[in-house]
Design a protein around this ligand. Structure first.
Ligand code: PLP
Length: 230
């Protein structure tokens, strides 16, 4: 076994163990949580090794980079590709060519280019927590307050697009617990009108166990699996 393969196998095993333990502590079933390996900046060879270890879900944050890796792994059609980065309007239709799930939808103008005939796409609304926290944070993008429901309504009205839930990136200046708690509240409000929007994408390497305690269904884990290099 190559050194890199061994390292990735160990990291993947450790992350899965920690996810299982966090689910146990939260009284949740381990299969309620999907681990997305965030592979941005890492080569396609690492994705291939991970896919051989059983990883099915990959997260990328740039259109060109994700598109290229999708092409490199075209012989593995069972993989799920998650786009988690900020979306430029002029790149949206290209992202929809390869991504299965887009976590970072934050404005209505993206929906027309994302909706491609013959392609069905799962969307999460990225939420900015300023309204829910009553604070002004330096968060990266996201729909706030009533924009969330307006966006949900627009997604629900677009046949090729499926509203699956909510995504958040905790602002650096807020304790993750507070962010996840606020995010879970916004998620409950969304669920009241859109019961199919069950996914809650929250938690990264530094805080995924906490996110699982607050109901995360998808955790996006980069450095704990791949190592640190951004
Ligand atoms: C990079 C990134 C992650 C993974 O972060 P780690 O701390 O390396 O686990 C998760 N979510 C988003 C939106 C990211 O950009």
């Amino acid at each position: 076994m190559s050194e890199r393969r061994q390292e990735l196998a160990q990291h993947w095993h450790d992350v899965q163990y920690r996810v299982t333990q966090a689910c146990l502590r939260a009284g949740r079933a381990a299969d309620e949580v999907t681990v997305i390996a965030v592979t941005k900046t890492w080569p396609a060879s690492d994705l291939r090794l991970l896919s051989e270890l059983g990883v099915r879900d990959f997260g990328e944050s740039k259109e060109q980079e994700g598109h290229a890796k999708f092409g490199d792994l075209a012989d593995r059609p069972s993989l799920h590709w998650h786009f988690i980065g900020q979306i430029q309007r002029n790149k949206a239709s290209r992202i929809a060519e390869w991504a299965d799930v887009i976590h970072s939808v934050d404005r209505i103008e993206l929906l027309a280019p994302l909706a491609r005939p013959g392609r069905s796409l799962d969307l999460l609304i990225q939420v900015n927590l300023d309204d829910a926290l009553g604070a002004r944070t330096r968060g990266r993008g996201g729909a706030s307050g009533e924009q969330v429901l307006a966006l949900a309504e627009a997604i629900a009205a677009t046949p090729a697009l499926h509203l699956r839930g909510l995504m958040l990136v905790p602002p650096a200046e807020i304790a993750p617990e507070r962010a996840f708690e606020a995010g879970a509240r916004v998620h409950q409000e969304l669920l009241a009108s859109y019961p199919e929007a069950r996914w809650f994408s929250a938690g990264m390497s530094s805080d995924f166990e906490t996110a699982i305690a607050y109901g995360a269904t998808h955790v996006r884990i980069g450095s704990s699996i791949l190592g640190s290099r951004y």
